[in-house]
Design a protein around this ligand. Structure first.
Ligand SMILES: Nc1ncnc2c1ncn2[C@@H]1O[C@H](COP(=O)(O)OP(=O)(O)OP(=O)(O)O)[C@@H](O)[C@H]1O
Ligand SMILES: [Mg+2]
Length: 399
């Protein structure tokens, strides 16, 4: 079951907001509704389901409704209509006490502006939320220290925010969001104010934290590369509506419409595409065969080398046509002419890394999983095409 689910979740800003609902039903745009009624569509009938443990990224241009959407989840902004479910419970039906509990125990929030208290030390900032909850001094200090350690700031507990760099301050914000060990962490542009290298470090750390702690994270960004790097699912918003939800691969390769297509057009593919995206089927031969069979296979398939594998598809090495001919002449087995220095890569290897590794070798790169099972092969041409933006897969349907 999804941990968070939204059904036709809608927020209209302005007086008498409900009068815009039938207009949305009629398909009126945000612009038209504003022109006719002066009401602003913040979020338009959003539907999504977030599985526990996912990083769900919400992206879109400024004003597209990201912050509004994330605040509807914990009712920091009260929805105009629709439903929001937490583990199947309707958040909109919670009474004030239940809602308070929900916000304290189940959700944490991290903002772009770290919103740290300047007159409080790092540790006092982190334990602020716990203090408000009335957790006793010793317990909250322990929880806060644990959280501090998680974000790699041990030793800084008695410093003041102004003594910390921006990146460190953001870690304090993150530690504060994690202090009550919430199920769900809502992060609104949490890394956007950081400079690029620190930002990348923080993304990596978030991924590590995520794999350790299995939190569900709703992460807002308007940076597509960031979304592609960390998202399990990405929801792309426009004018309050979600125009597509998909995995990073789906967003890149099957954009739902022209809008998404334009959005992803400028992505630096070399930093996003991996070996698994560009690999092709490898031509293989089991090692017990003889050189004559190997040569026959090569002729039939129009290739000049074969990957030698065992019956479980584990990669043993490469047989080139030259070596197979030599084996045939000299009465050797394939095992004896096997080349073992074939370049290999994992399916997650980025193609710009592949490209660097390819330089010297005439052989394609074999893609193997952690257990050395052969998954496919990457040819230089495919990497060059992908780097040039001529993706080898379809550009997707356009609406
Ligand atoms: N309190 C408010 N009163 C009126 N309109 C609002 C309010 N908050 C947001 N809006 C409007 O709702 C829409 C969505 O705003 P929102 O802040 O959610 O966008 P965003 O995607 O987070 O943008 P950004 O990337 O700039 O943070 C905008 O048109 C905005 O003007
Ligand atoms: Mg915002």
């Amino acid at each position: 079951m999804a941990i968070i689910e939204a059904k036709r979740l809608t927020k209209i800003f302005g007086p008498d907001p409900k009068k815009a609902i039938p207009l949305l039903d009629k398909g009126w745009s945000k612009e038209k509704i504003h022109a006719e009624t002066k009401l602003t569509v913040g979020v338009n009938q959003a539907e999504f389901a977030i599985e526990a443990g996912q990083i769900f990224v919400i992206m879109g241009l400024s004003g597209s409704g990201k912050s509004t959407l994330v605040r509807l989840i914990n009712r920091l902004i009260e929805p105009t209509s629709g439903q929001i479910l937490f583990n199947g419970t309707d958040v909109l039906r919670m009474n004030p006490e239940q809602l308070r509990q929900f916000r304290r125990k189940n959700v944490g929030m991290v903002f772009q502006k770290f919103a740290l208290f300047p007159h409080r030390t790092v540790i006092q900032n982190i334990e602020y939320g716990l203090e408000v909850q009335g957790i006793d001094k010793k317990k909250r200090r322990d929880m806060a220290m644990q959280s501090l350690e998680l974000v790699g700031l041990s030793g800084w507990e008695n410093s003041y925010p102004e003594q910390l760099s921006g990146g460190m301050q953001q870690r304090v914000g993150l530690a504060r969001g994690l202090a009550n060990d919430p199920d769900v962490l809502l992060m609104d542009e949490a890394f956007s104010a950081l400079d690029p290298l620190i930002r990348k470090d923080m993304q990596d750390e978030l991924l590590v934290l995520q794999s350790k702690m299995k939190k569900t994270i709703v992460f807002i960004t308007h940076d597509l590369n960031e979304a592609l790097r960390i998202g399990d699912q990405i929801a792309l918003m426009r004018d309050g509506s979600i125009v597509q939800i998909g995995t990073p691969d789906e967003i890149l390769m099957q954009p739902a419409n022209k809008y998404v297509e334009r959005f992803v057009e400028d992505v630096d593919l070399s930093k996003v595409l991996t070996a698994s995206h560009v690999m092709e089927k490898a031509e293989t031969i089991t090692i017990e065969r003889g050189p004559r069979v190997a040569l026959q296979f090569m002729r039939d398939r129009g290739v000049s080398s074969l990957y030698a594998v065992d019956k479980a598809m584990n990669l043993l090495g490469v047989i080139t046509a030259e070596d197979a001919s030599r084996a045939l002449k000299e009465g050797l087995s394939l095992q004896e002419v096997l080349l073992q220095e074939a370049p290999i890569a994992s399916p997650e290897a980025l193609i710009n890394e592949l490209f660097e590794g390819m330089g010297s070798s005439k052989l394609p790169v074999a893609v193997v999983d952690g257990g050395n099972r052969l998954l496919g092969v990457v040819l230089k041409g495919a990497v060059l095409a992908a780097l040039a933006g001529n993706t080898v897969f379809g550009a997707g349907d356009s609406a």
